[in-house]
Design a protein around this ligand. Structure first.
Ligand code: ADP
Ligand code: MG
Length: 249
């Protein structure tokens, strides 16, 4: 569903910096893929290119055969809203709006009927265990709850691809596990394709596949064919190999 072909990214703001070097990556529908690597290795850059937030300097990215970089800005905005769901470390919710208002925001932008919106909202809120929070202001709920709301917002228009950048980065251990279990369940039951950047080996152990980036290059790939705790150990080992340091968690 997602093809990344010989993608390079050079930032050219003041100083020139090559953040990605000839990345080739193929992701099938329904996969749950983690992207790991040291800080500054290009993980967010790659996710931003896939998310059409930024464009590659060379190479191409295809999503279901379409090349979003070729779309005009209006079509691109629509493409982003319809085909992609974004989840961020800092939740990116509107703090003064309610949970409900935040979740239906993407549908409002699409001009969806109120009755349809209400129905979709109810379903997703129950599914994600946040139906009792709908009338609360974002500022009054916990981080774990906020990330569930952000996931609901990302899922409500049933995007083909969910892009998550450090979704557990601001959460404690318990809330992280909840969010990862939720993403795992959405991936399994709804067959949503999930692509997640994380530096947390516990969060990464929920993925079915992990690609490792170092200095803008894909250096290794791990497939999970084993129990999560065994996979966790091989993730730690790979991080030690790649980062050349001992990882304490
Ligand atoms: P990661 O998410 O793996 O920590 P990033 O993709 O954010 O890494 O960044 C990769 C490299 O590109 C870093 O060295 C960073 O400083 C640089 N970089 C990121 N964004 C920009 C930008 N807008 N302009 C210039 N350099 C950037
Ligand atoms: Mg990053």
């Amino acid at each position: 569903m997602l093809t990344i072909k010989n993608v390079s990214k050079i930032y050219n703001e003041g100083v020139t910096y090559q953040a990605l070097k000839s990345i080739d990556l193929e992701i099938e529908a329904g996969e749950f893929v983690g992207i790991m690597g040291p800080s500054g290795s290009g993980k967010s850059t790659l996710l931003n290119l896939i998310g059409t937030i930024d464009q590659p300097t060379s190479g191409a990215i295809y999503l279901n055969g379409k090349e979003p970089a070729k779309l005009k800005s209006e079509e691109l905005a629509k493409f982003r809203r319809n085909e992609l769901g974004f989840i961020f470390q800092n939740f990116n919710l509107m703090p003064t709006l309610t949970v409900e208002e935040n979740i239906i925001l993407p549908l409002t932008l699409e001009g969806e009927k109120i009755s349809v919106m209400k129905k979709k909202l109810k379903m997703i809120a129950i599914e994600l265990g946040i139906d009792s929070l709908l009338k609360k202001k974002i500022a009054t709920i916990s981080g774990g709850q906020a990330q569930r709301v952000a996931i609901a917002r990302a899922m409500i228009h049933e995007p083909k691809l969910i892009l998550a950048d450090e979704p557990t980065g601001n959460l404690d251990t318990r809330a992280s596990a909840d969010v990862m279990e939720l993403l795992e369940r959405l991936n399994q039951q709804k067959e949503s394709t999930v692509l997640m950047v994380t530096h947390d080996p516990v969060a990464a152990s929920y993925c079915k596949k992990i690609v490792f980036i170092k200095d803008g290059e894909l250096v290794k790939q791990l497939n999970r064919q084993v129990e999560r705790d065994v996979f966790y150990d091989s993730i730690l080992e790979t991080l030690r190999e790649i980062e050349g340091v001992h990882h304490e968690f």
